[in-house]
Design a protein around this ligand. Structure first.
Ligand code: ADE
Length: 223
């Protein structure tokens, strides 16, 4: 899989891909992530990529021309399955969307800034608009990192058995059950006995019941 991220702030997006699981996935060649600085595609003077909005009002809008130049260059190089715009008025990201996107080959993510992008960019190029939640970030970069992380960890070979995505919260629309590690007793707080029993059918039953209980208590909307 290849992910191209178009941004005015590439600095904000370097470290997420230089650590831990995402770095390992890139090093193993399971995913390629390329950052594109929108300013490299500016046309006017001063590397301008944004301008005042027509009709007046506070806030700058990312211009269509640099975005068109960048996306068109990428599209001439390969086919893209999705061109995603990160925006608070998009569809809220969930596990199902992450699962779907993890099956794609090439994806572009466009990060908004200021008041967002010229609507004509959205009309002409964007195939999917994603929000990571009902709050406003100062730009789409952190949202792009979140979406990329949620996708990349699902790619075959990225996670090992230990970190398997199969038992994640949300993978079966249930929250994950509680987990414990050593010591089995700490300052009078004991690990549930069943987990120490070695009886795996019983352990599995306990986990399922706990997952259901947790979901009923915290996220009844998922049931
Ligand atoms: N850009 C600004 N806020 C955002 C959000 N909540 N999700 C995605 N992109 C955004």
């Amino acid at each position: 899989m290849r992910i191209d991220i178009i941004t005015v702030l590439p600095e904000l997006l370097t470290s997420p891909f230089e650590a831990s699981i995402l770095k390992r996935a890139i090093d193993k060649g399971l995913v390629e992530v390329q950052l594109h600085n929108l300013r490299d595609y500016s046309t006017g003077s001063y590397n301008q990529v944004d301008d005042y909005q027509f009709g007046g009002g506070a806030g700058m809008v990312l211009m269509i021309e640099p975005i068109d130049k960048c996306i068109s260059k990428l599209m001439a190089e390969r086919d893209y399955d999705e061109i995603i715009y990160l925006t608070p008025d998009g569809k809220t990201l969930n596990q199902q969307t992450a699962n779907e996107l993890s099956l794609k080959k090439n994806i572009i993510m466009l990060c908004g800034h200021y008041k967002g992008v010229d609507q004509r960019v959205r009309d002409k190029f964007i195939t999917r608009e994603i929000s990571i939640g009902d709050y406003v970030l100062s730009g789409g970069e952190l949202a792009a990192a979140v979406v990329a992380d949620s996708i990349i960890r699902l790619l075959p070979g990225v996670l090992n058995d230990e970190t398997s995505a199969l038992t994640d919260t949300f993978q079966d629309n249930l929250l994950a059950p509680p987990v414990y590690t050593r010591p089995s007793s700490y300052k009078g707080m004991d690990v549930p006995k069943v987990l120490l029993s070695g009886n795996f059918p019983e352990i599995e039953k306990w986990r399922e019941a706990q997952a259901l209980k947790r979901t009923e208590e915290r996220r009844p909307d998922l049931l």
